[in-house]
Design a protein around this ligand. Structure first.
Ligand SMILES: [Zn+2]
Length: 199
């Protein structure tokens, strides 16, 4: 039987989100693989399929609202909300602090699902927890497409990831690709980079 995790990895491979090379991550660590999850949202019908997997994974979630941190969680939150038949809001940084703007609100006693496309440290999505609690609402869970935390993310609320990806990462001093002289790629910051594109 094919699992949700396997189906999700197939989807990510299909859209070219899983890349191999020599990447400098935002943490400064080097890795031989990278997941550019935004590629999934280039294809709304495939993103909707991922959201249907999440619906299956969540089962009887009891949530009233989906809330996402901009930018990474927004499209995923929107697709998840559509699949679950819930409203969707997003928070964005205002002077560094996540804030609801644009008339969005979290209401007292709402049960809120938080979303993030890829959880590495989980920093952004966890910054929404005080926003939810200050509204008198509760966090029903956190839903990501990918868990890249290598098991380190344990938020104290139910955490659902469609799939887990564990990549090797290295400091530049002990990176085998650096030692071999392979050119680096900063995947998050390079406009228009495509899977298989030569630098
Ligand atoms: Zn390196």
């Amino acid at each position: 039987m094919t699992t949700i995790a396997e189906h999700t990895r197939e989807l990510l491979a299909e859209v070219g989100a899983l890349r191999e090379g020599h990447f400098v991550l935002s943490s400064g660590l080097h890795s031989d693989r990278y997941c550019q999850c935004a590629k999934l949202f280039e294809h709304p019908e495939l993103a909707a399929r991922a959201a249907s997997y999440a619906k299956e994974l969540l089962g009887d979630h009891g949530a009233d609202l989906v809330a996402a941190p901009a930018l990474g969680g927004v499209l995923w939150g929107y697709e998840l909300a559509r699949a679950l038949g819930l409203p969707s809001v997003f928070a964005e940084r205002n002077e560094g602090v996540f804030t609801l703007r644009r008339g969005f609100a979290i209401l007292r006693e709402q049960r809120v699902l938080l979303t993030e496309d890829v959880v590495t440290t989980g920093g952004s999505v966890m910054e929404l927890v005080p926003l939810v609690e200050q509204a008198g609402a509760t966090v029903a869970g956190i839903v990501s497409v990918v868990d890249r935390s290598n098991g380190a993310f344990s938020p104290g609320v139910p955490f659902h990831a469609l799939t887990t990806l564990e990549f090797n990462s290295y400091g530049s001093a002990d990176c085998p690709m650096c030692a071999a002289g392979v050119p680096t790629d900063k995947p998050g910051s390079r406009p228009g980079s495509r899977p298989g594109a030569t630098p």
